[in-house]
Design a protein around this ligand. Sequence first.
Ligand SMILES: O=C(O)CCC(=O)C(=O)O
Ligand SMILES: [Fe+2]
Length: 316
Amino acid sequence: MAVVMQMRLPAGSEQQAPGYAANSFRLGHRVLALARVAQMSCYVVAVRVRQSLQRVDWQRRGSDACLEALERDGIFASRLSVAVKQGLADEARPWFGRLEAVRAAVPRGAREYCHTQLVTARNDAPGLYAAVEGALGEAGILSSVRNYLGCRAELRSVALQINDEHDRFWRAHFEDRGVPVPSTVFFHIDNTYGVVKAMIYLSEVGGTNGPFSYVPGTHRVDVGWFEALVLRAVDIWIDVYPEERHLFAALPRLLRRKAKFGDDLDPADAQGKWLLDHERVMTSKDGDVFIFDVKGVHRGGMVKNGERRVIQVMMS
Ligand SMILES: O=C(O)CCC(=O)C(=O)O
Ligand SMILES: [Fe+2]
């Protein structure tokens, strides 16, 4: 674990990612890029402050296997009973139907990440939220997550996810340019603070239909407040304004960092190799619900054959 603590989180700062223009830019580009990073940084700071305020006065109560695993590894795997799983599947069915309709309306090759997910709101899907809350509560997971985050965490969103072999969100930007897809593709941390997610497998998931994976211990890598801020702000910028992605190259080197860094790594370099060597791939054999701190390195949904169905739950 000492290695983890000494490791610097690779943040895509060194490599020229496919799709970014070469290192030439106009002054106007640099000014716009800096303004965007400043704008998004304000948002990230606000999220961070809100998270700190939520932690005021929280009293931790006891410990358990889930809490210990979250603190040590950043991930905990568990099983649900057949009845609980069936209840979740029943509640999720109509929502999966809607997601299927969304997916059917888009030509397969043109599907984006947004077509893999349907995020529901509690008011629209009270039955689904109750079923998920019941499942996580019964397994003791919700109380462990609250102790881990140090606040009264709630379900912020419940999303249905379908991934299949035709999805190209994780590889299109390489394939379209004739660049090989690196083995570190899509390794990332989430661009939030104070969030734990649960991935609940509703289909059988093996090695090739998009298993979720996590690099244990990486949630404890301390990148320092500045880098933590920049890599989130840059990521949110590119998510919100994808058409400005090429301006990443106009940033000064110090700011050329992002939370989705796996696409930019050279798998032959030591950091990429270390991540691949320590990656823990979660199939249905390992459990059917995985609880993880999103600030650890993870990826998933990159289906080579078949399809994967999951419920993704965000808690904060
Ligand atoms: O779909 C997956 O397995 C990964 C999802 C993910 O990165 C996330 O929910 O933060
Ligand atoms: Fe993620």
